[in-house]
Design a protein around this ligand. Structure first.
Ligand code: AMP
Ligand code: MG
Length: 271
């Protein structure tokens, strides 16, 4: 399958065909054991970088996770964020919009949860649902969702210009892997709660969802808010790829601890 390997981060303007991306790719790694050391190193480094992000208070990081059901969004949050101080992270899952949310523009509910300076914000689903499920299920007319790609790009540009670094991950699983994970949800009592009958309806429209993802990634892959297509059939490789991107992204911000108050060296703490 290695002939199907593609760069993880497509260039802005590239027309994406997901069939060109192998969900089962594991890069240069043989197996999980082979990747363990790098995973641990990234986890420790991410903890350090987050502490500086929090202390410096000049940048925010917004991580967007999108995937088909059972694609691994929850598992990614659990594993990748393990080394990070919970006080510096806010996780927001986006569900079916409430009637109040539907009475506003589609970005209203999103904007309230973008991370403030110093914080990492993690979106489990996002405004992309408004050009994915909404498009495939025809929840609004075509003319309405068609206009949203431009709105999204403008919104993300506003955030980027306000100190928010954005990274967007599509966790790419195969249809066969989804079947396996659904079967686990049915056979293991501790996973029953994760199974929703409605997910099968979505699975029936797999190809339509892939087409919607291809358009969303192609049309919203901007220099200020890049998409990454993550091979996600192997959970350990998915975690490795995402933690690599997060470490690299934060390192590029060239952050530092803020200047201390002057005169600290003369302070004596009284008994
Ligand atoms: P889960 O993430 O499995 O808890 O499921 C959340 C559900 O909310 C999924 O079926 C999403 O497709 C759905 N959802 C999220 N955002 C929207 C939206 N803007 N419009 C319609 N459905 C949505
Ligand atoms: Mg679900």
């Amino acid at each position: 399958m290695s002939n199907r390997r593609q760069p993880l981060r497509p260039q802005p303007g590239d027309s994406i065909r997901l069939a060109d991306y192998d969900p089962d790719d594991t890069g240069d790694y043989r197996d999980k054991d082979d990747a363990l050391e790098d995973l641990e190193r990234n986890r420790a480094r991410l903890g350090e970088l987050q502490e500086v992000l929090y202390a410096e208070h000049k940048h925010a990081l917004l991580i967007i996770l999108q995937a088909m059901d059972a694609g691994g969004k929850d598992g990614t949050i659990r594993h990748v964020m393990r080394g990070v101080n919970p006080q510096g992270v806010q996780v927001t899952p986006f569900k079916v919009p409430t009637t109040e949310e539907l009475d506003h523009d589609f970005l209203w509910r999103i904007h309230q949860h973008t991370p403030p300076l110093g914080m990492i914000g993690l979106f489990n689903r996002s405004h992309y649902e408004d050009v994915l499920v909404v498009r495939v299920e025809e929840l609004v007319p075509r003319k309405v969702w068609e206009a949203r790609y431009d709105h999204i790009n403008a919104f993300e540009r506003l955030l980027a210009g306000s100190g928010v670094t954005i990274v967007k991950f599509f966790l790419h699983i195969s249809k066969a892997e989804q079947k396996k994970r659904f079967e686990e949800r049915l056979s293991q009592p501790s996973k029953h709660w994760k199974f929703a009958r409605g997910d099968l309806k979505v699975r029936e429209k797999w190809d339509q969802y892939m087409a919607a993802y291809e358009d969303a990634i192609t049309r919203c892959n901007t220099p200020w808010a890049p998409w990454y297509i993550v091979p996600a059939d192997k959970k350990w490789y998915r975690n490795l790829v995402i933690s690599n991107v997060l470490v690299e992204t934060l390192e590029k911000l060239d952050m530092g601890y803020p200047e201390p108050e002057p005169g600290l060296e003369t302070i004596v703490i009284p008994d």
